[in-house]
Design a protein around this ligand. Structure first.
Ligand code: HEM
Length: 284
């Protein structure tokens, strides 16, 4: 045995307190349900690269779960006026988004030829059906109803989606904060039908403009606005990297979900979640 490895073994053996008897205690694997997580990579084609494809999606879904956990709590915190907690959660969301974006670098190592080896095994399955992705879009205010239909047969998911679809988004509660701070906000916005995607309002535009013109006076609202811009910016970067990676791997073929593929993915790049926060940059 190589000397440095032998030295390391000796040091480990000298660690008398390392726990090795788990007959009556919970292990790391049990705590994390690793049995179920690590046995959930079922390659349908048996092709080598399908493992990468499955894991990238699973990792992204796990991160999305945490994003949703943070976004939901941030919405509640903003509504309760607890801005500092919300800022912390939103900062975490953007760090996660940056992690998910890095995942595209790993996926790009898969060539079109490799993907074609197992693409047929996916059938009509597509990220388009990701309900967690839609829950994130709903939390940010982009309400598209088509995903609800996909989950009609799964009552629990359908209910969760419908609740999020009808609930105020993070931008709706941010607008309420503007009203609470004394800005004159169109009252219809405060009781609007939240299942509609927000389309913009001059009273909100005027309020944000005032916040940005006197950031010291409105420091919390200014921080909130910038955190929201961060989240939207990163989400659009994720969408861009997705579209570009898809183009690199399947060109302009139609998607397994039935859309036009890259052209469909490029359309959503023009959508704005928080329109006034982008418009004001030109006005200032
Ligand atoms: C080889 C890799 C990938 C390809 C070729 C691909 C392709 C596509 C295509 C063509 C669509 C449009 C819907 C359709 O017709 O299927 C789509 C949507 C989507 N994909 Fe992927 N994708 C890939 C990887 C991923 C990964 C790793 C994720 C992470 C979870 C993901 C998540 C999504 C989501 C959330 C949508 C819905 C986007 C929207 O409706 O705005 N995709 N994908």
């Amino acid at each position: 045995m190589n000397k440095s490895i032998a030295d390391l073994h000796k040091k480990l053996e000298a660690e008398k307190n390392i726990h090795t008897d788990f007959k009556n205690k919970m292990t790391y694997g049990e705590y994390l349900s690793l049995d179920s997580i690590l046995s959930s990579q079922k390659r349908l084609s048996g092709h080598h690269d399908e493992m990468l494809f499955i894991i990238i999606h699973q990792v992204s879904e796990l991160w999305m779960k945490l994003v949703l956990h943070e976004l939901t709590a941030a919405i509640q915190a903003i509504e309760a006026g607890e801005m500092q907690s919300a800022f912390k959660m939103l900062a975490r969301v953007t760090k996660i988004q940056s992690q998910i974006i890095q995942a595209w670098d790993v996926l790009s190592t898969m060539t079109p030829a490799e993907y074609l080896e197992f693409r047929d095994s996916l059938g009509q399955a597509s990220g388009f059906q990701s309900y967690q992705y839609r829950l994130i879009e709903f939390a940010l205010g982009y309400k598209t109803s088509h995903i609800l239909k996909i989950y009609e047969k799964d009552q629990k998911v359908h209910e969760t989606l419908k609740q999020a679809f009808d609930a105020p988004s993070i931008y709706d509660v941010a607008i309420k904060s503007l009203a609470r701070a004394g800005f004159s906000i169109n009252p219809d916005l405060l009781t609007r039908d939240y299942s509609e995607t927000y389309g913009g309002d001059p009273t909100v535009a005027a309020a944000w403009e005032e916040v940005y013109r006197d950031v010291n006076k409105y420091w919390d609202l200014y921080q909130l606005a910038e955190k929201l811009v961060d989240v939207e910016d990163w989400l659009q970067q994720w969408r861009f990297r997705h579209a570009k990676t898809v183009e690199r791997i399947i060109g302009f073929k139609v998607g397994t979900g039935g859309s036009s593929g890259v052209n469909y993915l490029k359309q959503v790049l023009d959508h704005r979640f928080f329109p006034e926060l982008w418009d004001l940059r030109t006005k200032l």
